[in-house]
Design a protein around this ligand. Structure first.
Ligand SMILES: *Cc1c(COP(=O)(O)O)cnc(C)c1O
Length: 430
């Protein structure tokens, strides 16, 4: 399988090279040259297959010959070492829980898969690779955990001091081994700017192999297709016409769902559920795509003003506005509506959702107003205890901390404080 750049200037490349580079040299996102549909019989007998088998068949064409099939299978087995349960709330609404992994947000699957692919590609290489990431919260934890102990790969994470939740900070700073946490005196944008500067610094890149692990990397994006197949497997006997509502920020997760649809998975419709960051819902209304600066909300992993993966969705629907709008709806919700949704989920179903999942639930409710027969599934992208301050303010109950959180909460934090690019460079070159 070859990948081309959506900017169409850089040459086509392999899966391996696309994973190592992250972004194409012309700054475009990589996209697979073709998408091979799975046979209909695959979907008709999906409940006789294990999650690992399903995932293997979904992704094998995209990896091609760059990873031998037996090794790819074991990478998938390692990646999927937890459950993806669907919880049905009523005849028209279910939720797919994607928070049972080690850092309790859906990014675990992409990070774990990418880490293992990179570990494999680097196994013959004598020089270590350094993965450099800036995080506003969830990405750093998932990447740190996913890459922990992977040979030949060092991970350096930059996070804004005092701007991530206590639990998120623990998930970044307590692992040790090949993970280094840099606590930046600044905001997320400062972290991001330093990372960008490092990638362009030839003095640095001539001395070390730098890689990024953000959501534009094909190895983080594509495994998210699995979720939609796993949900279908659990629901298809009881519900036809499944509609997914995806709490969206950079639109990587929803775009992976559309990829699963292109593999032949019968998904009726997609709902992009957004907080106040409404570039896409405005675009679907007006036909004009206007990126904005991001607005801070209680569902902060979706505070994105210019979603980087939206261009892939355009590609998937042939850059045709009508095809796009017939397959995708997008709605935007305020923080107050989100809090109300958390309350009503708790009151009506005894279900505790995190703010991101609650935005997804609101997407279902809005869609059902005009499509009362549909069965909608919202993705619950993080465990509610990751956003404890918001959840405890809204829901009148104490939530027991899950074991993944208890494991890190009392470990000592280890971080290196930095305040500028020179500090970063001297840490990297040490
Ligand atoms: C990253 C994240 C999202 C947004 O996912 P995208 O793929 O960027 O659209 C939603 N919810 C949570 C909890 C996240 O961490």
């Amino acid at each position: 399988m070859k990948y081309f750049s959506l900017n169409n200037i850089a040459p086509k490349t392999t899966f391996k090279d696309a994973v190592i580079k992250g972004l194409a040299p012309d700054k475009g996102l990589y996209f697979p040259e073709h998408i091979q549909k799975l046979p209909q019989s695959f979907f008709e007998s999906i409940d006789s297959k294990s999650d690992v088998e399903i995932a293997f068949h979904a992704i094998k064409e995209f990896v091609g010959s760059d990873i031998p099939q037996e090794i790819l299978k074991s990478i998938i087995e390692d990646t999927l070492s937890f459950d993806f349960p669907v919880v049905t709330l009523d005849d028209h609404i279910s939720t797919l829980e994607l928070f049972h992994g080690p850092t309790m947000a859906f990014k675990d699957v992409g990070a774990r898969f990418m880490a293992r692919c990179l570990g494999y590609f680097n196994s013959e290489n004598k020089n270590d690779v350094t993965v450099l990431v800036a995080t506003s919260g969830d990405t750093g934890g998932a990447v740190a955990n996913g890459f922990l102990g992977v040979k030949g790969v060092n991970v350096v994470i930059l996070y804004p001091s005092g701007k991530v939740s206590d639990i998120q900070e623990k998930q970044l700073t307590t692992l040790g081994q090949n993970i280094t946490a840099l606590e930046v005196d600044g905001v997320f944008d400062d972290c991001q700017d330093m990372v960008k500067k490092a990638f362009l610094d030839t003095d640095l890149t001539s001395k070390m192999q730098l890689t990024s692990a953000n959501s534009i990397n094909v190895a983080r994006w594509l495994p998210q297709m699995f979720y939609f197949l796993f949900a279908y497997k659990q629901l298809y006997k009881t519900h036809k016409n499944i509609v997914f509502s995806i709490p969206s920020g950079n639109f990587g997760n929803i775009c992976a769902g559309i990829m699963a649809q292109q593999l032949g998975l019968p998904i009726k419709h997609f709902i992009a559920s957004n907080n106040a960051n409404n570039v896409v819902s405005e675009y679907l209304k007006t036909g004009t795509y206007k990126p904005k600066s991001s607005i801070q909300t209680i569902s902060n992993a979706m505070d994105v003003g210019n979603p980087s993966n939206f261009i892939r969705i355009q590609e998937l629907y042939g850059h045709n506005f009508e095809t796009l709008t017939s397959n995708l709806s997008a709605y935007s919700f305020s923080d107050d509506e989100t809090k109300e949704a958390m309350k009503s989920l708790y009151r009506n179903y005894n279900y505790i959702a995190d703010p991101h999942g609650a935005v997804g639930y609101l997407g279902c409710k809005t869609y059902l107003e005009n499509h009362p027969k549909a069965h909608t599934v919202f993705l619950e992208t993080a465990h509610p205890t990751k956003f404890l301050d918001v959840v405890e303010e809204v829901i009148p109950t104490q939530i027991p901390l899950p074991k993944q959180i208890l494991e890190v909460i009392d470990k000592p934090k280890v971080s290196i404080k930095i305040s500028n690019y020179n500090d970063l460079k001297s840490v990297l070159l040490k």
